[in-house]
Design a binder for this molecule. Sequence first.
Ligand code: PRT
Ligand code: ZN
Length: 309
Amino acid sequence: MNPKSGNGARDRLRIAIQKSGRLAEPARALLNACGLSWRESRDRLFCYGESLPVDLLLVRDDDIPGLIRDGVCDLGVVGRNVLLEQDIALRSEGGTTAFREWRALGFGGCRLALAVPEGWAWQSPAQLGSTRIATSYPAILRQWLDGQGIAAEVVELSGSVEIAPRLGQADAICDLVSSGATLAANQLKPVMTLLESEAVLAGPAAENFGQLWDDARGELAELLLRRLDGVLRMRHSKLLMFQASREAIPSLLPLLPDAEAPTVMQVDGGDALALQALCHGAVTWQRLEELKRAGARGLLVLPVEGMLA
Ligand code: PRT
Ligand code: ZN
């Protein structure tokens, strides 16, 4: 259903997030960092936006793509794995692409991997021919197998996929992996990555929000996206401050390739200069030591809370 025609005009934006689980808290924290605050309903299913007309719906992650497709929610925070699975499944039933990933959010990182028993001598995907592979992601797996020209049986399971080989339900599995500890505990080893996943801001497929909504939601979504970009960029940024002599500057600046034009200030009553640089890359110990060797003194690294250019 096209949301523009589906639900009539609305003057509040509605975002679905996971009620509880891995993505619940980071999703709230991120939206919070974008300046959103809410009043929670008693049943804890709905949060009324107080600082902006942006409400939250708290649901199971698997329901989020469907809620977006039906226009019940405008946007959602969900794993790329869930979004892609439902997108492929819909398209394989003859539908058109209903969703789009509007932003990758930098948390909930994991990969969808094929894993086989540790005892297998793994050489290539061709070995999977005529095997049974257990998964909760049948559409992604089926598409990958077809792409590789492998005829394997896909065994769909909703949970505890990793014990399927021991129970004799399958020969191999295709499941989400982060640390890999669960695979190891079940004597399985990852052999192929089908998808690198993380939490994403999902919404209906369109070029821009104006195409989707001609009420207040378009502008609200644009505003949210601008703030989100600022927050995501700032998350990895650090303010680096130090002092140095004027002569040391030419050897220090090349060590700050990721910094926006550093501010250089004269320190009162001396030859020293104070430098201030907003670095967008990692400010590691190693980097600080290199700067010190190049003449930086009193190095200070500060987190950045916000920025409006
Ligand atoms: O109740 P609801 O349906 O909302 O939640 P859920 O149980 O379906 O989802 P949840 O909270 O477990 O995961 C939500 C999303 O987090 C997933 O869709 C992924 O996008 C992401 N994510 C990130 C993960 C993992 N990391 C992860 N490690 N989802 C699941 N796992 C599983 C993994 O499969 C293994 O069984 O966690 C276990 C531990 O992993 P290892 O590799 O660290 O041992
Ligand atoms: Zn789920």
